[in-house]
Design a protein around this ligand. Structure first.
Ligand code: NAG
Ligand code: NAG
Ligand code: NAG
Ligand code: NAG
Ligand code: NAG
Ligand code: NAG
Ligand code: NAG
Ligand code: NAG
Ligand code: NAG
Ligand code: NAG
Ligand code: NAG
Ligand code: NAG
Length: 722
């Protein structure tokens, strides 16, 4: 509603009609007849009036937009005076013109006739301009929203505002819409992304857990949100950890296993249990739990069978094969019915723990008694028990297999098994033990001990000597009528070494230490082998016995020189010999054999030498020496000096005129002529001077082991006259 200047409210449509009627009413009193006034009146009309001719009358009427009497005044009416919104409608401005007005739409609005100006009475009005429709003004990614007379920008779906407010106006604000990019999806520890994805809004990534990981949550998807971030993934991959494998009844875990996926835990049945068929395992599954195999451990029931009696009071049996590796405890229930004393009962339980599959037990039983023996396993192990009935042998002390069963063990101990016992009496047996060795006259070992029937199985360690024949006399003390019983046992040779610290002295003598008790006579077997590397045919063997009581026996051996020996010494009470090696030194070589031919006035004197036998050591060389006869008595054969013809001390000195190595001497003989002016070895065989007397000497040298350079032997001397 517009508020008019008259203070009344008038609807706009009716106002125009009212103005027109007012004008007509005012003109009415000034109406004249057509005849009188026709031309005059019209001439007097105001310039903004028109002359209206009606029959005989003319009337001046102000033109539309003017108000007045039509003749003296017609003034412009201001249509806009009631306000633009009243006259032109909403969102307008009103513009008065002489005799009219026009309307213009306000900024942001347009006239419905699409003209710039309009007159509202043709129904034109101002309508809001949809700026958003007109052009895209909101920049890239922006979304235009039209408002009254204006617009504002938001970011499109998939875009986010950056750098300014929202909503924004592109001319005013720096806001930019950027495309949403969620970037790399978050990583899930223990998980990974399946397949393709984009980082744009609405994109989805699908996660899965890696091998060995599992998730409680089934939700595997994360989406790129309008916030430009990924949903936080619900999948929670945890490493599969099956923890400790479950217990399996009657079984224990064996070996290594981990708590990770696929790990296999192996079980073994406890001792006494078995899992027929399959092995027992448990597997760590992808659910993080162990899945056990179906098999289980069931108890092995011990079957006791093949029960038999031996040695009068001993019982043995067999058990079924099965996985029982450890000891089994047996309960042996003994019940005996005796006539003497009258109808007495012997009842007893004996426990035996053994891992043998054929256990044996010797029971403490009365003689001449009917026994029932019930064998079963001790709880908790279960068994099929076995029962045997038997009668023990009569109470006869003089039974031919003896009261005592004497055996030897550990070389030095006697084990005494008594098979029977007598009720109500304890007897003492005296044992006299005498040891002898057939091969030693003075060897003698005597000892004695007492044994009471209290001891069922006794062990007496007497420190017996090995390889000795012992006689054991048993006497029942206090029963002169009971004859003594005699038995013999022989100890085996010692398995340990009884000789130590063997040493050589004075070249061919041996000394050692006997580990047996002092002052006990012992016989030693000595075995000697001799060999010479330089004399193939040489072989020496000696075997003999030595008897000695000393703890450090000595013996000197008759050995050849220049020989390698092996010497074995064994105490006859021992199984083991001691072997040592020794080498004797070489001694003087044998006399050389020579033939000498003297030729008068003709050829040179010739010497024929034969190979000497290598007796006391290897022969290395032969030397021919020339000695002035005058020096013969002072010549020392063992002097090592060997001057040559050129290096001799004086004209009158002797010298070596030839040297021949033993290997160069042929088997038959070698001849050389003295003074033939040749070199033999490094020696010059110089011509002898005529008119002098010489002694020609042959010298043989034995040498062994370099250091053991040994003597010369010279024997054959020749007088040579010229
Ligand atoms: C003009 O605007 C007023 C208030 O804003 C409204 O009540 C009226 O209906 C409008 N007139 C037209 C013709 O749209
Ligand atoms: C992943 O995208 C590539 C490239 O667009 C396409 O070649 C491939 O087949 C897609 N893989 C899957 C599993 O969709
Ligand atoms: C058990 O594990 C240890 C340590 O990992 C390893 O040294 C050993 O060899 C394994 N034993 C077997 C039987 O696998
Ligand atoms: C009975 O005992 C003796 C001596 O202890 C033994 O030599 C013999 O082998 C045993 N008999 C049986 C059947 O074991
Ligand atoms: C023998 O074993 C049974 C069962 O284990 C036990 O009750 C008993 O005391 C044991 N007897 C002896 C003497 O050890
Ligand atoms: C043992 O049993 C046999 C047969 O049953 C019987 O003849 C004998 O007299 C019994 N001996 C004893 C000592 O009870
Ligand atoms: C043997 O002993 C077992 C265990 O003590 C018992 O169950 C069984 O009855 C006995 N058998 C006989 C024949 O005595
Ligand atoms: C054995 O007993 C007899 C008689 O009592 C005694 O003379 C002797 O010395 C005892 N021998 C030993 C080794 O104890
Ligand atoms: C054992 O007895 C026999 C004859 O019975 C006797 O000749 C011998 O000397 C006795 N030996 C010992 C060690 O007493
Ligand atoms: C070695 O023999 C010599 C002479 O035969 C002798 O005097 C010496 O005592 C012996 N040496 C040893 C250690 O017996
Ligand atoms: C050494 O003595 C033992 C035992 O008497 C005998 O068997 C062996 O023949 C003897 N050896 C020599 C070489 O005398
Ligand atoms: C605009 O309006 C149309 C009708 O709606 C008229 O026919 C035109 O004459 C008018 N033009 C102007 C300039 O007013």
């Amino acid at each position: 509603m517009a508020r008019g200047p008259w203070g009344v409210c008038i609807p706009l449509g009716r106002l125009l009609l009212l103005l027109l009627l007012l004008s007509l009413a005012r003109g009415a009193p000034r109406s004249w007849s057509q005849d009188d006034f026709h031309s005059d009146i019209c001439a007097t009309c105001h310039e903004h009036a028109t002359c209206l001719k009606r029959e005989r009358m003319s009337i001046c009427i102000c033109k539309y937009g003017f108000v007045g009497n039509g003749r003296t005044h017609c003034i412009d009416k201001d249509e806009c005076q009631f306000g633009a919104s009243v006259v032109c409608g909403n969102h307008t401005s009103c513009h008065n013109t002489p005799g009219g007005f026009y309307c213009i739409c306000l900024e942001g609005y347009r006239a419905t006739n699409n003209n710039k100006t309009f007159i509202p009475n043709d129904g034109t009005y101002c309508t809001d301009i949809d700026e958003c429709e007109v052009s895209s003004r909101c920049r890239y990614g922006g979304r235009c929203v039209n408002t009254h007379g204006s617009y504002e920008c938001y970011c499109m779906d998939g875009y986010l505002p950056k750098g300014g407010p929202v909503p924004f106006h592109p001319t005013r604000d720096a806001t930019l819409c950027t495309e949403i990019d969620c970037g790399t999806p978050p990583e899930i520890p223990g998980g990974y992304i399946i397949g393709n994805y984009t980082s744009r809004l609405g994109s989805q990534v699908h996660y899965a857990c890696k091998e060995g990981f599992f998730s409680d949550s089934e939700d595997t998807v994360s989406s790129c949100t309008a916030m430009g971030t990924w949903d936080s993934p619900k999948l929670n991959c945890q490493e599969i950890d099956c923890g400790h494998p479950p217990e399996v009844q009657h079984a224990i875990l064996e070996g290594n296993h981990s708590s990770r996926l696929g790990s296999v835990a192996h079980y073994v049945c406890l001792e006494g249990f078995e899992s027929p068929g399959a092995k027992i395992t448990s597997v760590c599954t992808e659910k993080g739990t162990w899945r056990a195999s179906a098999s289980s451990c069931s108890e092995i029931i011990v079957e006791i069978n093949e029960v038999s009696v031996f040695n009068n009071t001993c019982v043995r049996w067999q058990i079924n094969p099965g996985r029982i590796n450890s000891k089994i405890e047996y309960v042996i229930h003994i019940k005996g019915q005796r006539l003497d004393p009258l109808e007495s009962v012997h009842e007893e339980t004996v426990n035996l723990t053994t891992e043998s599959r054929t256990p044996e037990v010797c029971l403490d039983l009365y003689q001449g008694t009917n026994y029932t023996v019930n064998i079963s396993t001790a709880p908790p192990r279960r068994s099929v028990p076995a029962v045997i009935e038997f009668q023990t042998a009569g109470d006869d002390l003089l039974e031919d297999d003896g009261i005592f069963n004497i055996s030897i063990f550990n070389e030095v101990c006697l084990k005494l098994n008594r098979h029977s016992r007598k009720v109500g009496s304890e007897q003492v047996y005296q044992f006299k033990v005498l040891g002898r060795r057939r091969y030693l006259n003075t060897f003698y070992h005597a000892t004695s001990f007492n044994f009471t029937t209290r001891e069922q199985t006794a062990v007496v360690c007497l420190d017996l000597y090995p390889a000795t024949d012992y006689t054991v006399n048993v006497t029942l003390l206090g029963s002169p009528e009971w004859p003594s019983v005699q038995t013999t046992v022989t100890t085996v040779p010692a398995v340990q070494q009884t000789i130590s610290n063997i040493s050589i002295f004075n070249e061919t003598c041996l000394r050692w230490r006997s580990m047996k008790t002092a002052d006990i006579e012992e016989m030693y077997l000595v075995h000697i082998w001799g060999q010479r590397w330089y004399q193939k045919g040489f072989a020496q063997e000696m075997i003999f016995n030595i008897t000695a009581s000393s703890q450090t026996p000595e013996t000197c051996l008759d050995l050849s020189p220049g020989t390698n020996y092996s010497v074995s010494i064994q105490a006859l009470s021992s199984e083991l010999p001691v072997v040592i090696s020794l080498t004797t030194q070489i001694t003087e070589p044998p006399l050389p054999e020579v033939d000498f031919f003297t030729v008068h006035g003709g050829p040179l004197p010739r010497l024929r030498l034969r190979k000497a036998t290598e007796k006391n050591g290897p022969i290395s060389s032969y030397q021919v020496l020339v000695l002035p006869l005058a020096l013969q008595s002072t010549f020392a054969c063992d002097s090592e000096e060997a001057a040559s013809f050129f290096s001799k001390a004086s004209e009158a000195s002797g010298y070596v005129t030839a040297e021949l190595l033993a290997k160069d001497i042929p088997d038959d003989a070698l001849e050389i002529s003295i003074g033939d002016r040749l070199y033999y070895g490094k020696y010059y065989n110089a011509p002898l001077k005529t008119g002098h007397d010489y002694c020609i000497i042959l010298r043989i040298t034995s040498e062994w082991n370099e250091v053991q350079f040994f003597k010369n032997s010279c024997e054959f001397d020749i007088f040579f006259f010229m």
